[in-house]
Design a protein around this ligand. Structure first.
Ligand SMILES: O=P(O)(O)OC[C@H]1O[C@@H](O)[C@H](O)[C@@H](O)[C@@H]1O
Length: 305
């Protein structure tokens, strides 16, 4: 076996396809050092991301419903082609409710960026029902990859295969697992303007040094820097969210009252999750026929003191 065949064999060895109890396929990526990520074909949604010590970095509700077309409460749902209720489509668009397919012959990783990395490409194309509610032909390629260190990268490529332009908004609606929300600090959003969903999307400016949490938060930070850090003091871990092509950052925690109104979310679970999403919301993305958009999210973690 020559060296490139070896690399290819290792990559295949780190990618496993299984089924959940509803028969939905899931792809498990494993890093050579023992980290892992699990991606469901339901929603193209990453449902689990574990460090090499087996610590889960994403939150999934104990009450999550795993039956399509219901979206799964947790992991990283993809909001596309609409974020929230900012348009005529169902909340957060239809992509998170669909069954995606695996591309069994994906383009290779760049040779300079392939060592120890495993990946899967999922594809979504509109169904006849989708075209009735959103009459735009697109091809969505989602690449999920895991590095040897256990860092997770998601690259979304959306192409207009129509003969007319279309517009969309987008978010990687990332549910991070946190030890105790009142001990968490988010840095990187200081001084930014945000739209507050709790005040009819009114615009405010962030005043504090870092974000801390003591009540419901539902905001879209605008034109955010490319890296946001989530400090979890109790478990001494910092997670970094790096984004490209995604100007906005959503921060969401439903807190006590809203938690009780969600059927697929435990009353107390708000204490152990925080959504921080790389997103493109305020200014929609426009694609002309044949054009492609790329939105990239890189998640990494380090122990902190
Ligand atoms: O319940 P859903 O549709 O998954 O949405 C959850 C939340 O998603 C957030 O991103 C929105 O800003 C919130 O307003 C919303 O409540």
């Amino acid at each position: 076996m020559n060296q490139s065949e070896n690399v290819a064999a290792e990559q295949r060895a780190g990618v496993e396809v299984t089924k959940d109890k509803n028969g939905i396929e899931q792809v498990v990526l494993r890093s050579p050092r023992g980290a892992s990520a699990r991606v469901s074909l339901h929603g193209g949604q990453v449902l689990s991301w574990k460090t090499d010590r087996g610590e889960e970095l994403l939150f999934t509700s104990s009450k999550a419903i795993f039956k399509p077309p219901t979206a799964v409460r947790g992991g990283i749902p993809i909001c596309f082609p609409q974020f929230g209720n900012r348009g005529a489509l169902e909340q957060h668009g239809f992509a998170r409710n669909k069954i995606w397919v695996i591309d069994s012959n994906p383009p290779p990783l760049h040779p300079n960026d392939s060592e120890g990395k495993n990946y899967v490409d999922l594809l979504l194309k509109p169904s006849p029902e989708d075209l009735k509610v959103w009459p735009h032909s697109f091809e969505f390629r989602l690449r999920v990859s895991l590095t040897a260190d256990g860092y997770l990268t998601m690259i979304s490529r959306i192409r207009d295969i129509n003969c007319k332009p279309f517009r969309f908004s987008f978010a990687y609606h990332t549910y991070f697992s946190v030890s105790d929300i009142s001990e968490v600090r988010v840095e990187g959003l200081e001084t930014l303007d945000y739209l507050d969903n709790l005040y009819q999307k009114e615009r405010f400016t962030e005043q504090g040094d870092a974000l801390t949490f003591e009540s419901e938060v539902d905001r879209v930070y605008l034109n955010a820097t490319d890296t946001v850090a989530i400090f979890d003091h109790e478990i001494k871990r910092t997670v970094f969210v790096r984004k490209e092509g995604l100007p906005d950052v959503v921060v969401w925690n439903p807190w006590e009252k809203k938690s009780k109104s969600m059927v697929d979310f435990g009353d107390e679970e708000y204490k152990h999750m925080l959504c921080v999403d790389g997103a493109a919301i305020e200014k929609q993305i426009t694609l002309k026929p044949g054009e492609e958009w790329t939105g990239r999210l890189e998640l990494s973690f380090v122990p902190s003191t």
